[in-house]
Write a protein that binds this ligand. Structure first.
Ligand code: SF4
Length: 251
């Protein structure tokens, strides 16, 4: 029976490190698949563009999937029949309302099934690190976590990518210095520390977040924590910190 190997990547640190190692070690790999929400940081697309020639050189197929409709249409404009009647858009994606990821696994699995239906035994490599045991336990047999097999933890993935010259640079910052996870820039799962870093260091993304907030009633991080509320809060925190610094200088 012929075998077919697909690596699913998000171009974040774990899946990128997995892919780089798979290529370095000459592990069987036929295809790399990426599901693009269209809401990734530019640095993610830059990393993808840097790796694509490496795939081409090795004759590895690259497949990119896209959302059926623009993400922002589903977020802000799509007519949705909710508990309280008809409203427009699903609003922020994240937490228990992760509507943006709903199609992703289906699409990637359907791609794998296409090869299975043509007579291949298909294996999917997934970028789950050795320090994520619960996610590893849930994997079906056809999905393989090379990072777990190699005993590589998340922090080592990041360092391994940096060592190979992949840094996710935006506006002079490495995104992983500002964010715990480099997911969609509009992800409601971002914590307040990450959002404050976006406000301070990545103002162009902050402006985009404000624009979204202006078009949806739901505050991004819950009651009293809309993007506009958070901007006031972060500005006040920064002003207070500056004041304290000045006071320390004169005491
Ligand atoms: S990263 Fe966040 S915003 Fe993007 S699809 Fe996943 S849950 Fe939704």
């Amino acid at each position: 029976m012929r075998e077919y190997y697909i690596a699913s990547v998000s171009w974040g640190k774990d899946s990128l490190y997995m892919l780089l190692r798979l290529m370095e070690e000459g592990v069987p790999l036929n295809e790399v698949a990426f599901y693009d929400t269209g809401m990734e940081f530019q640095a993610i697309y830059d990393i993808r563009n840097k790796v694509l020639p490496m795939l081409a050189e090795r004759g590895i197929k690259y497949t990119e999937f896209h959302t059926k409709r623009p993400f922002l249409y589903d977020m802000l404009e799509k007519p949705v029949n909710g508990k309280n009647g008809l409203h427009l858009g699903y609003s922020w994606c994240g937490g228990c309302a992760r509507w943006g990821t709903a199609g992703k696994q289906q699409v990637l699995d359907a791609n794998a099934k296409k090869y299975a239906d043509s007579g291949y035994t298909v294996f999917q490599y997934v970028g789950i690190a050795a320090d994520e045991p619960k996610r590893i336990e849930r994997l079906p047999p056809q999905k393989i976590a090379p990072l777990a097999i190699w005993g590589v933890a998340e922090a080592e993935c990041l360092q391994g990518c940096y060592d190979r010259g992949f840094e996710w640079k935006e506006s002079g910052f490495r995104l992983y210095d500002l964010l715990d996870r480099v997911s969609c820039w509009c992800c409601a799962n971002k914590n307040l520390k990450e959002l404050r870093n976006i406000y301070v260091h990545l103002p162009e993304y902050w402006e985009r977040l404000k624009e979204i907030q202006r078009h949806t009633d739901r505050p991004m991080k819950g009651p009293g924590k809309s993007v506009l509320d958070l901007e006031t809060r972060f500005a006040a925190e920064i002003a207070r910190e500056e004041e304290n610094k000045q006071l320390t200088l004169f005491t």
